[in-house]
Structure formats: C-alpha cells, structure tokens
Design a protein around this ligand. Structure first.
Ligand code: FA5
Length: 350
C-alpha cells in the first residue's frame, strides 16, 4: 500500500476516534471527503500518475474513501446515541415524595341514584339484571301487548337499525326475556320473581328541560301468587322515602300502558319550583316519574306464566328525572352535557 495513503489513513482514524462532538466530526468530514479535502486531493492528483500507477493507486484511494465514509457514519451514530443518553441522564428523576396533584374523579349523578336504587331494591330481595340496549321489535313492543300498528307505538318512536332491530325505547323491553328465563324455575320452587333492570333508553323526540333523546330508566317486576296493587304501592313508597329521605308529595293517577292493567302514572311534586310550575316540570308543578301497574295477563302468558295462577306488578322508574329531582338539576340536558366541572359537584351522600 502507498505510504502516503497509509499515513493519511492513520491520521484520519486517529482524529475520528478522538472526536467527541458532532460539529467537530463534520469538520473532519469536510477536511477529508469535502471538495478540498485530503482524500479528494489524492483522487485529484491521480491525473499526474502513469496509467499503471494510477490503477493500483486509484484502487487504494477508493478503498480509503470508503473506509473514511463508513467510519464517519459509524461515529455519527455513536455520538447521536451518546447525546440522547446524556439528555436522558440530565432529566430530573421522579420524586415519589411529591404529593399527587390530581383532580379526583366522581360518579355521574345518574350512576349515583342508580346505585342507590339498586341498594334499596337488593335489600328487599330484588335481583339486578343487565339487559342489552339493542333489542327486537318483539321484545320492545309485541311481547308487551303492543302489536304492529298499535297507536301506543306513537308514544315511543325510537331509532331503528338496518337489520330491523332497534334501540330500546324503554326498559320494559327486557320484561319478556326475564319472565321466560326465570319464571318457570322460580315458580316451580314456589319463589317469586323479583327483579330490577336499569338501562339506557332512546327516543326519537324533541328535547326540552325534562325530555332527552337518551335517558335512563329502571324497570322493576314482581310476580307471585296474590300480588296486588298494595304490594306495588309499598315498594314505590319505600323506594321514594329511601331516595329522598324527606317528605315529598306524590300522586298516583290512572295511566294507560298496554302492558299493564290497571296502569298508573306516579308523579312527584316538582322539587325545583316546589310545585308552582317551571320549565323543569313543563309549568305543571308535577313531574311524571314512575309509571306502573299490574302486569297484563297477555304479557304474563307471553312470558310463559299462567295469569290464572299468578299476578305481578311492574314499574318503569325514570332514573334521569330522579337524578334531576334529587340533585336539583333544572335542565335534564345538563346531565348529558359531559361537563366534568358540572358533574363533579355531586357526591354520594350515603
Ligand atoms: C314507559 O316507558 C313504560 N315502559 C313505563 C312502565 C313500566 C309502565 C312498567 C308500566 C309498567 P313512559 O314513556 O312514561 O313509560 O316513561 C317512563 C318514565 O321514563 C317517565 O315517567 C319519565 O320519568 C321517564 N322518561 C320517559 N321519556 C323520557 C325522556 N324523553 N327523557 C327523560 N325521561 C323520560
């Protein structure tokens, strides 16, 4: 190998290994491979050599150029990695003794009343059952004594899927499946069906201070021999007195629902205006809260239960409205606002 080339290679290798920063490395690159660099100068000087010398000298200079290029690339990688490592090391360490400055989360007011109602009903022997939000026309209407084209369907327009299923417009949609699933077994054992099933409901309707298109209900059913309206009234009274823990005015009036007979509307005197009338109660002083009634014999039969032998009650508590009344939320739409600031002010008072 040409001595000049060997000397230059040693000199460059030494400089490269001594380099500790990227800008210095760039200077070496320019001084060797740049236009006026030492390796480039050797290549340029080849024109003065004889053709024989040029061949072997040219091959040696080219391999020197390749070697220097490779070493520079390796050095760039090495220095960049060192730079990142230094940055990481310079970062402050986590101080685990620093007190956490996190905002605590909170339950949504609807979750709070739902849990409270579940506790109340569980303590009275009711099971809590979860049910899907997407149901069939049969579950939501036909099994509930509301055949196709029945005018009662107009009261509950909802959202339909392409496959004919729908978003349930009321939690009553779970009644038939629950009667079928648990009825026979419990009846054979001489035990009542006692279940509540809270869930989200959907209705295609205009919103106002007390109507949302997405809201929560909690259905309840009890079926056994000799169940009567007095049982229904007892459970409604117990639930309301436990939830509000103060005297509230309620009224029971006849109400029509094809799946109960007789049917009632249970209204609560508006706790926002004290019964004087305001937008929260549509100026009536009363808010429809929990329609209920004795399960219609057709609904019991459709659920596989003999209406000659058994009777039962059902109710459909408006959980979202209950949260409004309990927490003094004037407009139901605030409950779906997703505002953490607004919702975090409510706490479980149990
Ligand atoms: C029903 O949904 C019946 N399934 C209730 C029922 C069950 C009756 C069992 C008899 C036996 P209604 O459409 O009235 O009924 O709704 C029941 C309750 O849900 C209302 O009293 C109200 O508190 C609440 N609710 C109904 N629509 C809305 C809405 N758009 N926004 C908020 N709450 C609503």
């Amino acid at each position: 190998m040409n001595e000049k080339i060997i000397a230059l290679q040693n000199e460059i290798t030494e400089k490269l290994s001594a380099t500790t920063d990227l800008s210095e490395l760039e200077n070496i690159r320019v001084a060797t491979l740049g236009k006026k660099g030492s390796v480039t100068a050797l290549l340029k000087g080849m024109k003065d050599l004889s053709p024989e010398e040029r061949k072997s000298f040219g091959a040696e200079v080219n391999s020197l150029k390749e070697l220097v290029t490779r070493k520079i690339e390796e050095k760039i990688k090495e220095l960049k990695e060192k730079e990142i490592q230094a940055e990481i090391e310079a970062m402050p360490l986590f101080d685990i003794t620093t007190p956490a400055n996190l905002q605590r989360g909170s339950y949504h007011p609807i979750t709070l009343v739902q849990r409270q109602c579940e506790t109340i009903f569980k303590s009275m022997g009711f099971a809590v059952i979860d049910y899907p939000e997407i149901v069939t026309d049969y579950e939501c209407f036909e099994a509930l004594n509301i055949p196709k084209h029945h005018p009662a369907r107009d009261m509950q327009d909802t959202y339909y899927l392409d496959n004919g299923q729908l978003l349930k417009s009321h939690t009553s949609a779970a009644q038939n499946a629950i009667l079928k699933k648990y009825g026979k077994d419990l009846m054979e054992k001489g035990m009542p069906i006692k279940a509540i099933f809270p869930g989200r409901c959907f209705r295609n309707e205009a919103t106002d201070a007390c109507h949302e298109n997405t809201f929560f209900q909690m259905e309840g059913v009890m079926v056994d021999k000799d169940i009567s309206i007095s049982n229904l009234i007892f459970f409604m009274k117990t639930m309301l007195s436990e939830v509000f823990r103060k005297d509230i005015k309620v009224r029971l009036r006849p109400g029509f629902f094809p799946f109960v007979e007789p049917g009632f509307e249970l209204d609560i005197s508006c706790l926002i205006c004290g019964g004087d009338g305001c937008p929260s109660c549509k100026q009536s002083g009363w808010l429809e809260l929990c329609p209920c009634g004795m399960i219609h014999p057709n609904v019991l039969s459709e659920g596989g239960i003999d209406p000659e032998e058994y009777t039962g009650f059902a109710f459909g508590l408006g959980l979202t409205r209950l949260a409004m009344m309990k927490y003094g939320v004037k407009d139901i739409r605030n409950l779906n606002s997703g505002s953490l600031k607004a919702m975090s002010q409510f706490t479980d008072d149990e």
